[in-house]
Design a protein around this ligand. Structure first.
Ligand SMILES: [Zn+2]
Length: 114
């Protein structure tokens, strides 16, 4: 389950940031996770609950915002959201020339500390 290593790296980043700023406790960590990043959010939350034990983030909640897959059509120039990268045509004009330009992100947006 690769969510454990992802949870660990999120935790390490958050703890390092928190200690550098001289804070002692992490209350929550907000993430943006692309729908095609391959990350299973419930598994990630479960993994985070395991790795956070006995750290300054032991009481922290992981807040996950799922970001849709975003495409840009080269034919009609529109931007669109998709359920996955497995699309074959632009939903607006049905054209087949488009780029996928979002949906794989895994970003820490905010760390709430005391
Ligand atoms: Zn189009």
């Amino acid at each position: 389950m690769h969510e454990v290593s992802i949870a660990q790296s999120i935790l390490d980043t958050a703890v390092a940031e928190c200690l550098r700023a001289d804070f002692r406790r992490i209350n929550s960590i907000s993430l943006r996770i692309g729908r095609s990043s391959g990350v299973n959010i419930p598994s990630l939350v479960t993994a985070f609950d395991i790795v956070k034990a006995d750290t300054i983030a032991a009481g922290a909640t992981l807040v996950c915002e799922e970001v849709p897959v975003r495409g840009h059509c080269l034919d009609c120039n529109s931007d669109f959201d998709a359920e996955s990268e497995l699309i074959t045509s632009c939903p607006a004009c049905n054209g087949a020339r488009f780029r996928i330009c979002g949906g794989r992100e895994l970003d820490i947006m905010e760390i709430d500390v005391d």
